[in-house]
Write a protein that binds this ligand. Structure first.
Ligand code: DGL
Length: 261
């Protein structure tokens, strides 16, 4: 099984990207809906949640794990790598690489949760690759609850996106990183407000491409993974909207399994 976790629904954008590239691979997902959002919590708390989530995925058959959450990837990657002895993928590095490769003027915008932006990880990683790059970051704390609520197309959501993106519009960025796996569900809306010339980097696609290329070059890991198109979807709380958004995101029927960590 490929184990995938997020604080809630956002990581399903990573599952969708994985399913598109690794069709038929068994996937076990955990959405920590009882403790969402992670983006407003301390690094210490997100680290302990991440360790628990990975333990849970391992108990349920995961042989590799994708941290489908920028917040967890930003603050917990080191601790996770020290703790577990299996391949674990985070979303920040692949998104950073795509952004610097595709940006023409190296003026890059990053949007994410408060915790991700506060960690400064995108700026650090972008500058490590391209010291001359200019990075402009904006925390967008209201977008995760709006996505969890399924308010994807409401005029209020559009207004909030416009307000958050304003400081980036005046900076002439040519590339914008969606530094939260919830945001791909608002991709069209974000593209409309930032302008169609800006290249959007979707961290959910970037990490799925990374996982695929890893498995292509590591057959010894690939053969540990089941390929019966099994998909298990665990949540720590059943919320009204989750099933509907999950179904729309994955374009397949989903069955939620409720667990307590
Ligand atoms: N989807 C997550 C991320 O990529 C978590 C958002 C949150 O729980 O605040 O950051």
């Amino acid at each position: 099984m490929i184990g995938v976790f997020d604080s809630g629904i956002g990581g399903l954008t990573v599952v969708r990207s994985l399913m598109e590239r690794l069709s038929g691979y068994d996937i076990v997902y955990f959405g920590d809906t009882a403790r969402t959002p992670y983006g407003t919590k301390s690094a210490e708390t997100v680290i302990s949640y991440s360790l628990e989530n990975i333990e849970f995925l391992l108990k349920n058959g995961a042989k590799i794990v994708v941290m489908a959450c920028n917040t967890a990837s930003s603050v917990a990657s080191h601790r996770v790598a020290e703790t577990f002895d299996i391949p674990i993928f985070e979303v920040v590095t692949p998104a950073t690489k795509q952004a610097v490769n595709r940006s023409g003027n190296l003026a890059v915008g990053v949007i994410g949760t408060r915790a991700t932006i506060k960690s400064g990880i995108y700026e650090k990683k972008i500058k490590a690759l391209k010291p001359a790059a200019k990075v402009y970051s904006v925390a967008c704390p209201l977008l995760v609850p709006l996505v969890e609520e399924g308010w994807l197309k409401k005029p209020e959501t559009m207004m909030i996106i416009k307000k958050y993106l304003h400081p980036l519009r005046v900076r002439q960025i040519d590339t914008l990183i969606l530094g939260c796996t919830h945001y791909p569900l608002l991709k069209d809306q974000i593209q409309r407000k930032i302008g169609k010339k800006v290249i959007i980097i979707d961290s959910s696609i970037a990490v799925a491409e990374k996982v695929k290329s890893f498995l292509d070059t590591h057959p010894e890991v690939d053969h540990l993974l089941g390929k019966k198109d099994e998909f298990r979807l665990f949540v720590s709380d059943i919320t009204e909207q989750f099933e509907k958004t999950a179904r729309i995101t994955l374009k397949r029927k989903v069955f939620l399994e409720h667990i307590k960590l």
